[in-house]
Ligand binder design. Structure first.
Ligand code: HEC
Length: 157
């Protein structure tokens, strides 16, 4: 009998701790739950429609990137396009956020407009100032910047 009482007391204690923990769940913990829910919802939306995460301008940039850049830079900008084995140096990953933080939109625009030669990088990076308009280049830049984005601007969750 004493044993049973002891068990009951322990159970009640454990239960009280659990509910107290839930009641006192901090703001940051709730925010974390909310964030992971947001990511899960965004994930499933993207699986149904890969374009959904992009704004209209980003979509236009993506289309240009896929037409002109993917051969060397790869679909996700990892520097692993089918032509990349020919390149020395290979293009750096455009989704490496630490590396990309140092490259402003202006620098990206210059690199794409004037090529590697224009910014003291490999001449194997072509210049696009005569191929793409300034507006098109700005759209490609906006798209490149999505490689390091974790929050999807076009989805208001
Ligand atoms: C023929 C292959 C090739 C094509 C096509 C190409 N690139 Fe590149 N790109 C390179 C190489 C190689 C580098 C690396 C230069 C270096 O690090 O010296 C590079 C570098 C870059 C960089 C600079 C990143 C850094 O490390 O500073 C940007 C931005 C870039 N490319 C964007 C583009 C865009 C946008 C397009 C399409 C409009 C494009 N590239 C098309 C080969 C290519």
């Amino acid at each position: 009998m004493k044993h049973l009482q002891m068990h009951l007391i322990i159970c009640l204690f454990v239960l009280s701790q659990i509910s107290c923990h839930e009641i006192h769940q901090s703001g940051t913990a709730l925010q974390k739950d909310r964030d992971s829910l947001t990511v899960a919802i965004a994930d499933s939306l993207i699986r149904n429609d890969p374009w959904v995460r992009y704004t209209y301008t980003e979509r236009q940039g993506k289309q240009l990137f896929e037409q002109y850049c993917v051969v060397c830079h790869g679909q996700s900008g990892e520097g692993d396009g089918f032509n990349a084995y020919n390149l020395n140096p290979r293009p750096h990953s455009l989704s490496d956020s630490t590396y990309m933080k140092a490259l402003s939109s202006e620098t990206l625009t210059e690199t794409i407009s004037f090529g590697g030669k224009g910014v003291n990088k490999s001449v194997l990076m072509p210049a696009y100032q005569n191929t793409l308009s300034k507006t098109q280049i700005s759209k490609v830049v906006v798209y490149i910047e999505t490689f390091t984005q974790t929050v999807f601007k076009s989805i208001n969750l």
